[in-house]
Design a binder for this molecule. Sequence first.
Ligand SMILES: Cc1cc2nc3c(=O)[nH]c(=O)nc-3n(C[C@H](O)[C@H](O)[C@H](O)COP(=O)(O)OP(=O)(O)OC[C@H]3O[C@@H](n4cnc5c(N)ncnc54)[C@H](O)[C@@H]3O)c2cc1C
Length: 454
Amino acid sequence: MGRFDSGAARLNPVSFVGQATQATFHMTVSHWRRSAQSPTTLDVGTCIVGAGVCGVSAAIALQKRNESFVILERHALASGASSRNAGFLMRGAACHYAEAIDLYGRAPARDLWRFTEANLEGLRHEGCESLESYRRIPSTLLALRAGDSGEVWEPDAAYAKLNRAGLERSLTLMREDGLEVGWLEPGDKAAPADSAWKSGRISCALVNPSDASVNSYQLMKLLAGKLASPVLENQEVFGIEDGEGRSLLHDAAATNQPTPNPLPRGGGFGKVVVRAADFTVRCERVLVCTNACASLLLPQFENLVKPRRGQMLGLAPNGRTLAASYYANDGSEYFRQAADGTIVVGGCRTYFAEQEVGFEDRTTANVQNALESFARAMLGYSKSEPLPIISRWAGTMGFSPDGLPLIGPIAPQSPVWFCGGFTGHGMSMGYKAAHEAVDAMLSGREPLFSISRV
Ligand SMILES: Cc1cc2nc3c(=O)[nH]c(=O)nc-3n(C[C@H](O)[C@H](O)[C@H](O)COP(=O)(O)OP(=O)(O)OC[C@H]3O[C@@H](n4cnc5c(N)ncnc54)[C@H](O)[C@@H]3O)c2cc1C
């Protein structure tokens, strides 16, 4: 969740490519593991790597077509971002509609908004409305009033004006393009009398009336429960090869280590061989759905999918209510109330952007302090009142260079495809993107959001 590093960020703008502070990590595999014969060989049509919302949705798409598949997951179902997010099922992308038009063009922006509407529709078809945590609730993009508290998240007058103008422009353009949209200002009869509006911080809100929110782990269990064959957990994929043992992951000769025990082709499968701890999979094609971790397996993705840490905190409701899900300061901060009353608050990454990179799963004092001060302001807690914090956590998002998903073969004609790069919005795009990847992969057509554009 949150805005992407387009260079237009309000504070601490970062250039996306060539960030000096980010260390490079690639997965290495010991000789012992690489040369070990896996006890079990599986023959399937498609091997999916990663059991987040993207991988599991891809499996659902394949199952609907009676195509055989297996999902190999290095940890457990939804152990990545898919159970660590804020649970917004929100229309649109990291930026607001007018900015999306500036970045992508008018028709592509409208198609993207429709794509995310279709994502939610697809999740509804899978039964997400039956979950106790599912809420059909508007999400609102907030421009905040300028303040002088000195808190990192508090807009100055220039940014507050710009942010509001951007949302106003989005409202006009969305109406012109036939997208359902609402607008609220303080004092409007329709503005909810909830804690966020009572805070006095809101300048205006652009409303997506038909959005939803959910406990993402519950959603992932629902989706995985649809699969005829279970996710194979604790199976980190460390090699993808052709039938002769040549790596298909990259073509850098220097790192291309031959495999000591190439598997023979067999059973009509075997064009591709995928290696994990306890399984060797012979298959026709592979769909890598590892999102933020892409470059660990696919070194050539280092500049395509950047790992960006998102941090969150959870608060007991303590009498606070939120009638919508809120996305403030161009998505830099966000908060919503879960069906059980818990309030989750996330963001503040952009103010510490150089630090919030990489794969490390931990919370940090400066981001958490900023989140606390934001929560105090938006939920009406004074500085002396203790915040009823019940949890803190982090997750890693995969940011693409232009904020759009990346779908397609990892090299021309390769049987290995990638789907990911959701730039903090994968719960709102991943189901539909996975279906698009599967359809394009099986039919041989160019996918939407093709990797070839970058
Ligand atoms: C704090 C935070 C808040 C967010 N809030 C929202 C939100 O409110 N709404 C929204 O739409 N999006 C949100 N997102 C983004 C969203 O969660 C992600 O875009 C989405 O979950 C990505 O799904 P995925 O399946 O592509 O990746 P992931 O869920 O990360 O799944 C990738 C899987 O691949 C596995 N894997 C990696 N390498 C290997 C390997 N070599 N072998 C086998 N398995 C491997 C990982 O263990 C992981 O389970 C948020 C993200 C964060 C971190």
